[in-house]
Design a protein around this ligand. Structure first.
Ligand SMILES: *[C@@H]1O[C@H](CO)[C@@H](O)[C@H](O)[C@H]1NC(C)=O
Ligand SMILES: *[C@@H]1O[C@H](CO)[C@@H](O)[C@H](O)[C@H]1NC(C)=O
Ligand SMILES: *[C@@H]1O[C@H](CO)[C@@H](O)[C@H](O)[C@H]1NC(C)=O
Ligand SMILES: *[C@@H]1O[C@H](CO)[C@@H](O)[C@H](O)[C@H]1NC(C)=O
Length: 308
């Protein structure tokens, strides 16, 4: 007996469609997974998550897959540098957390810092910045100090437990006025004081300059003051005085908002008696420098000034 040609065609068609539909989930999964260059491990996890996700609100096609364990997103930085006092966040991104909890532990002394969103250390500088429903579990550290530097561990209470490590580095900004200390200038010349603030990823909010004990930032006449970023982690502030006069001599201090102040003494080669220079110099120089050295330096500077 022969099956009519029309019926045969429609049977083939139905079978093809059936096969196609049963393969559809594999086809779509495969398509998305070939995107980008992801490791086998990631690929496996992603596929499982996807199946679980679709099972929760569709036919339950994948519901026979056993629940999968939590895993970390590897993208958050694992080596963080902040400057002293600058609030810092160490992030940890957990996929598929389920009913497990995320804790932060300080490796140095294995102190438990946070569990979920609760703080477990007697210091409110540490807290969880997790937002309900999110996958990010950032640890926030306020006013970090150099003693806070070290490794922090984000731990998920799965079985076996999994950990994500973050290294925290704390830098302390330093200020330094360039040039020889003390500085000798001629009357009528200009004084250019350059203060470099280094180890300062966050530039200082302001730099105050003092002449002796008086702040000169808002002086109408006198020096011009500038502040600019010099590199990723340094800034420069300059105090520039045109046509300097003996009244400009003395102690200049650069006081950045984020670092300890530093000073320089400015003396005039003419208009002040050499004896006065000698006395001031010996007062400000450290005891390690001998009288002879100072004498040589002084003679060298005077002859340099005379020869010009
Ligand atoms: C993909 O990853 C492998 C191993 O991780 C690496 O060897 C390869 O260069 C990567 N390919 C591309 C296109 O990034
Ligand atoms: C982490 O960053 C600091 C500062 O940028 C750097 O000195 C150090 O070598 C880095 N450590 C690692 C393990 O990459
Ligand atoms: C002051 O010195 C710095 C470097 O020492 C220089 O960049 C700057 O241009 C100088 N300023 C003036 C006004 O000469
Ligand atoms: C300059 O003044 C500052 C602030 O008053 C002081 O700490 C520093 O010791 C003085 N430096 C010198 C060399 O006199």
């Amino acid at each position: 007996m022969r099956v009519p040609r029309k019926l045969e065609l429609s049977l083939i068609c139905t079978r093809t469609l059936l096969i196609f539909f049963s393969l559809l989930p594999f086809l779509t999964t495969a398509q998305e997974e070939t995107f980008g260059n992801i490791s086998d491990d990631d690929m496996f996890q992603k596929a499982r998550t996807k199946r679980l996700a679709s099972s929760s609100h569709s036919t339950g096609y994948w519901s026979f897959v056993q629940p999968i364990s939590p895993f970390f997103d590897k993208s958050p930085p694992t080596n963080i540098t902040t400057q002293q006092g600058q609030t810092v966040y160490l992030n940890c991104v957990v996929n598929n957390l389920g009913d497990k909890t995320v804790s932060w532990i300080r490796r140095r002394d294995l102190h438990l810092l946070t569990v979920g969103t609760e703080t477990y250390i007697n210091e409110d500088r540490f807290s969880s910045a997790h937002i309900e429903g999110g996958q990010d579990w950032p640890l926030m550290i306020k006013y970090p100090q150099t003693t806070d530097a070290g490794i922090y561990e984000c731990q998920v209470s799965s079985d076996p437990k999994i950990t994500f490590l973050v290294q925290l580095n704390i830098v302390v900004p330093k200020a330094e006025i360039l040039g020889p200390h003390p500085m000798y200038v001629k009357i009528g010349s200009s004084i250019n004081l350059t203060c470099v603030i280094s180890e300062s990823p966050e530039p200082p909010m302001f730099v105050f300059w003092y002449h002796n004990k008086r702040m000169v930032n808002y002086d109408k006449e006198g020096g011009e003051i500038s502040l600019q970023k010099a590199s990723d982690d340094s800034a420069i502030s300059t105090l520039y005085i045109k046509n300097a006069q003996p009244t400009d001599s003395g102690n200049y201090t650069c006081g950045p908002s984020n670092a300890e102040a530093t000073s320089i003494s400015v003396f005039f080669l003419h208009g002040e008696k050499p004896a006065a220079i000698q006395r001031d110099t010996s007062a400000s120089l450290s005891s390690s420098s001998s009288h002879h050295d100072r004498c040589v330096t002084f003679v060298a500077i005077v002859s340099w000034a005379l020869l010009r």
